[in-house]
Each structure stands twice: as structure tokens, then as C-alpha cells.
Design a protein around this ligand. Structure first.
Ligand code: PHE
Length: 356
């Protein structure tokens, strides 16, 4: 029995892994294992022999079982040590950079414009891109026969045969949001409305979809002087340099008087620099809100007055970021987007300010 004991203790100590150990367990104390067989022989012994051999065999079996358990634990520990040694991770390594998308210049500029006007107390309003004829035209003092309708190259939606209501339009400007805001909140008002507008026009400087930001301020004593201050303040903040403006008398059905506004600029080697020189670049239409427009928005023109303006966002983006071709904005060319796009954390926020 001592031989048996020594043999298994030695074999267990030398087992290389859990599989080898399991084989040894079967061989020694499994159903048909050497020690189990020995225990079966107890039956053939005399009671006296059994009294001596029984406890000895039991003790041997226990000893082998303990040795197996101890070795099993030692092997598991060693395996864990080995894994810890092999599978380490250097958490100080820089991450693998996944390719990130970029913020489109139009989105970027829209955020910039919003941040600047928000600073001056303007809230953001929105309206639908598919607009009724009334909001896009009539309410803005552009009656059915008015030449401005034809000039705007309007996209009309389709009406079913026999349906004689005027078709809806893709809004040709953001001005219908003026009316919607007046209806929704009444006077006083101070809002901007950035968004998409549509006109059937396509060449180097026109795309059938483009972006405007409308501005509207209504109160009891709003003046053209305040319009000029707000716009100059805006351009100076937007371009990061003092920008002079020039107001030219113009005509819009929904403002009276009306002015087109140019910003000071200079042409240098085929590109334009804003805020210096003595050239001028037209960037927006504006004026004092026409009394008929206030009326259409349920605001009493005898009590309230205001200014409105509409700026081309795409034009602003081209000027500020030196982007030469308008059409490329909407081509979705990845190379262009990566070149002119912005990292998401550069986007201005109300709390973070303009610089990225
Ligand atoms: N809606 C005009 C346009 O699209 C711009 C404008 C807005 C003019 C507000 C005056 C007042 O051209």
C-alpha cells in the first residue's frame, strides 16, 4: 500500500496539466481505479483483516484525493499567473482612431450665426419647408399676380386633377416663418430662422436648394438704425473683424422701406477678403416690416413695428472659409467634406463661444 501511495503522490506532483491530473484521478480512485479495486477486495477478507485494511485504504484514498485537489488548485493558479503574464494590456497606449465624420460648413456656419444672434437675444424659430401658397406669398404681401412670384422660380407641388386649391410650394425663402412666428407668439418678437429654401435655378452661383437665415424684431419703437446696428454687430462677430455695411435702397413687397445690404470687402488674387478695402459685396435683403405683413400675422401695425432681414448662409460660409464653388457644398464628395468639414468639437455653442 505504501508503494501505491508513493507512486500516485509522485505522479500527481508531476502532472503537467488538468487533463493529466484527471487521468490520474480515474486511474487511482475512479470506479475501476487501482485503489477502488483494492477496496472491493475487502469483501473477500476475514473480518479481522478487514478491520486493519479498511481504515488504511480509506486513509489512502483520502490522501490521494487531497493530493489531487491540492495539485488541481496549484495548476489553476499557475494557469492564471500565465494568463496574467501573457494577456496584459497597456492602457497608456493611444486609442486606435476610428474615422470620424465631419461637420458640414453649412451646419457649422448655422451654429455660428445662431450663437451670435442668441447673444443678442434672438430665439430660433422654425417652419415647414413645404409651405402653403399663403404663407410663402400672400401673407407677405405678394399677391397672385405679383411679378415676384414668377421671379422666384418656385417649385410647386402637384394637386390631384379637379382640386383647384392653390398648390403648396417648396418655400422660396425663410420669410414665411415671420408670419408663423407672429401668429404663434404675437408681439413683441425677436427671432431668427435658419433653414433650407428652394428655387428652380442651377449654375455656378445658384443651387436649387440653399440656406437662409431670417431675422425678425418687432416691438413698439424698433427702427432702421437698430437694424443696422444688429447687422454690423453680427458681421463683426461672424468675421472676427470690424465690418462696415452699406445699405442700398431696394424693394421687397414685405418690407417698406427696403434695403439690400453690402459688406465691405477687397478682392485679392481672385479671392475676396471681408472687412477691408473699398469694394462691396451684397449679402442680404432687409427692411422695416410692411404694415400689411404685420396685419397678416394678426399684429396691429398702429401699435407695433419692426425690422426683418434674410441672409444667405451658403454665401456667408463661402466668404468666411474661402470656399470657391457653391455647388460643391451639395455634391457629398467625401474629399471635399474632409477638407472643408469641421471636427465636431469645434462647433460653436452658446456656452463655448465662437472659436473652436
Ligand atoms: N426673403 C427675401 C429673399 O429671399 C430676403 C428678405 C428677408 C428681404 C426679409 C427683406 C426682409 O430674397
Amino acid at each position: 500500500m505504501d508503494d501505491l501511495r508513493d507512486k500516485y503522490i509522485e505522479l500527481i506532483a508531476g502532472a503537467a496539466d488538468e487533463n493529466a491530473l484527471e487521468d490520474l484521478r480515474v486511474q487511482a480512485v475512479g470506479k475501476k481505479g487501482e485503489i477502488s479495486l483494492k477496496m472491493r477486495e475487502l469483501g473477500k477478507m476475514t473480518p479481522e483483516e478487514r478491520q486493519v485494511m479498511g481504515p488504511k485504504l480509506n486513509a489512502l484514498k483520502n490522501e490521494i484525493n487531497s493530493a489531487l485537489a491540492a495539485k488541481k488548485e496549484a495548476l489553476a493558479d499557475a494557469a492564471l499567473d500565465e494568463r496574467l503574464r501573457a494577456e496584459w494590456l497597456d492602457v497608456t497606449l493611444p486609442g486606435r482612431g476610428g474615422r470620424r465624420g465631419s461637420i458640414h460648413p453649412i451646419s457649422q456656419v448655422t451654429q455660428e450665426v445662431t450663437a451670435i444672434f442668441a447673444d443678442m437675444g434672438f430665439a430660433v424659430a422654425e417652419g415647414p419647408q413645404i409651405e402653403t401658397d399663403w404663407y410663402n406669398f400672400d401673407a407677405l404681401n405678394i399677391p397672385g399676380h405679383h411679378p415676384a412670384r414668377a421671379e422666384m422660380d418656385t417649385f410647386y407641388t402637384h394637386r390631384a386633377e379637379g382640386d383647384n386649391r392653390p398648390p403648396h410650394v417648396l418655400r422660396t425663402h425663410t420669410s414665411p416663418v415671420q408670419i408663423r412666428s407672429m401668429e404663434a407668439q404675437g408681439a413683441p418678437i425677436r427671432i431668427i430662422c435658419p433653414g433650407r429654401v428652394y428655387r428652380a435655378d442651377y449654375d455656378q452661383t445658384h443651387t436649387p436648394m440653399f440656406h437662409q437665415v431670417e431675422g425678425l424684431a418687432i416691438d413698439r419703437d424698433i427702427s432702421m438704425a437698430q437694424l443696422k446696428w444688429v447687422l454690423e454687430e453680427f458681421f463683426t462677430a461672424f468675421f472676427g473683424t470690424k465690418v462696415k455695411t452699406r445699405f442700398r435702397a431696394s424693394h421687397f413687397p414685405f418690407t417698406e422701406p427696403s434695403a439690400e445690404v453690402d459688406i465691405q470687402c477687397q478682392w485679392k488674387d481672385g479671392s475676396v477678403i471681408v472687412g477691408e478695402g473699398d469694394d462691396w459685396l451684397e449679402v442680404l435683403g432687409s427692411g422695416m416690416v410692411h404694415p400689411k405683413v404685420l396685419q397678416a400675422g394678426n399684429i396691429d401695425p398702429n401699435e407695433w413695428q419692426g425690422f426683418a432681414f434674410g441672409i444667405g448662409i451658403d454665401r456667408l460660409a463661402m466668404l468666411k472659409y474661402g470656399i470657391p464653388d457653391l455647388r460643391a457644398f451639395f455634391d457629398s464628395d467625401l474629399r471635399w467634406l474632409r477638407h472643408y468639414g469641421f471636427a465636431s468639437l469645434e462647433t460653436p455653442t452658446l456656452y463655448g463661444g465662437l472659436s473652436g
